[in-house]
Design a protein around this ligand. Structure first.
Ligand code: ZN
Length: 327
């Protein structure tokens, strides 16, 4: 009988006897509410709940082990956000309100996907590195927390040459972070930035001069990764399909940027889409296909751990979050 007593009751018994407590209070029948208080007196002070978030999530794609890794997040007021350029600014907050979202800040996480294919450990994108200040650059720390050292990464597919996707290739001193990784990029993306004359992008392209492996749509890498063209955000922006044991995941990268705004208004001009019309057509095409296929998706800027699905909602779409599972 004693073994079945709840914790608070046994602590209570260990410290102060029920009769003592009742005598102290001059009360009978008050034990039910005084016992937890007395039990707490013996407990160590509560630990703080403040601090950094955990930044990785393990999951599987068929037989493959995968890791979603958060690199930080970017936040801005709706009116300053890159969404709905040319639309009345209040439409952005109204769309958030419709989705029961706060309207003080639009938050865009930075997420990286890591997949193990036998001896290969392949990352899709490299996070911000030092490029976004304290908003980003948590990738290496979060990989370490998951037991992955940068030297163990054997391949990095750079989806496109924007700083939040390639910035983590070099550290603050300009040193290569993932020293044993081959780097892949779409040939059109590489050609575009090689001729564009953007000094910062050029620095990163030069750091891997002669090492870039140029890929194209439909190519399959390492037996389980399929390159899919999704141009417009940049001229050579790619998605990556991962297939194993009858299951698939589509990493749709920057086809969409916000889990409410990009889905409710795929037709909106997004400031960072370099070829706006092409990007809008791509967004509609990819979301339509994801909805029809009930595809499992991963997004560079979706709510962490960035796994979900897409559903049609009239002329627009909805993003549905995949539930977190503990094992
Ligand atoms: Zn991005």
């Amino acid at each position: 009988m004693k073994a079945t007593l709840p914790e608070t009751a046994s602590s209570f018994r260990a410290g102060v006897s029920r009769r003592d407590a009742l005598r102290f209070l001059g009360l009978a029948g008050a034990a039910a509410w005084i016992s937890p208080t007395l039990a707490r007196a013996a407990a160590p002070a509560a630990a703080t709940l403040a601090g950094a978030q955990p930044g990785y999530y393990r999951f599987k794609i068929g037989e493959l082990e995968a890791l979603a890794v958060n690199d930080g997040a970017f936040a801005m007021p709706p009116a300053d956000s890159p969404f709905g350029i040319g639309e009345p600014r209040e439409k952005i907050a109204a769309t958030l309100t419709d989705a029961l979202m706060p309207t003080d800040l639009v938050r865009l996480p930075f997420n990286v996907l890591l997949v193990r294919l036998g001896a290969e450990l392949v990352m899709i994108d490299a996070g911000c590195g030092p490029a976004f200040g304290p908003a980003g650059g948590r990738l290496v720390g979060h990989l370490a927390a998951a037991g992955v050292a940068p030297e163990q990464v054997t391949g990095i597919i750079i989806s496109h040459m924007h700083g939040d996707h390639f910035g983590g290739l070099l550290d603050a001193q300009g040193e290569v972070v993932f020293k044993n990784a081959s780097v892949f990029i779409h040939r059109t993306e590489h050609a575009h930035w090689t001729t564009k004359g953007d000094e910062n992008v050029q620095k990163y392209l030069n750091a891997f001069k002669g090492r870039w492996q140029l890929v194209a749509g439909g190519e399959k890498l390492l037996g389980g990764l399929e390159i899919a063209e999704a141009f417009g955000h940049t001229p050579g922006h790619i998605m990556v399909g991962i297939h194993s044991g009858g299951e698939s995941l589509l990493h749709f990268v920057d086809v969409v940027h916000h889990h409410v705004l990009s889905f409710a208004h795929p037709e909106w001009v997004m400031k960072f889409d370099e070829q706006s019309d092409v990007a809008i057509a791509t967004r509609k095409r990819v979301l339509d296909r994801c909805a029809a296929d009930r595809a499992r998706v991963f997004g560079a800027h979706m709510p962490f751990p960035a796994l979900g699905r897409v559903r049609r909602a009239g002329e627009a779409f909805e993003y549905l979050v995949e539930p977190w599972v503990s094992a």
